[in-house]
Design a protein around this ligand. Sequence first.
Ligand code: MG
Ligand code: ZN
Length: 189
Amino acid sequence: MDRDGTLSHEVGYVNHLSRFRLLPWTVDAVRLINASGYLAVVVTNQAGAARGYFPLSLIHEVHASLEASLAAGGARLDALYFCPHHPTVGEPPLRLDCDCRKPRPGMLRRAEAELGADLARSWVVGDRMGDLELAWNVGARGALVKSGYGLGELQYHAPRARRPPDLVAEHLLEAVARIVDGAAEAAKA
Ligand SMILES: [Mg+2]
Ligand SMILES: [Zn+2]
């Protein structure tokens, strides 16, 4: 899962903890993933760190808040990865042409190495076509949600993409429910 616009409100840069607000269905969606046998992994680009808009410590603070909100609702993440880099802006070491900035596959390769994620059977759910490009770059499938940037991405960007989204959903909970259902159907067949 993408973070901003998918798990939480898209507000531009989350440069203060007060700007991080979960969408109302997020805890239910993650709990459904937990019950399904899929791994629940967040992959988020946070180039605001490279740009000097906020310190790395804020990213950790936001993620601690996210994990606490999930835990309060009986949900949990198997991993949470972020890319703080930007290829051309800011100062080293965060100014870096890294392999983890989405749609490059570094964060998903980490999930594969550290968690044994089976990427060919995985989905990336996000509100940007770049999230789907990430999925396709590792042979996974991509689901576009209409929260965050999703509606605009669907209208103006998806028609120019290399292939259509594998799934379009109103929001994360609908995407997860349909993915989990599909997997259950496939297991029965
Ligand atoms: Mg997003
Ligand atoms: Zn990176």
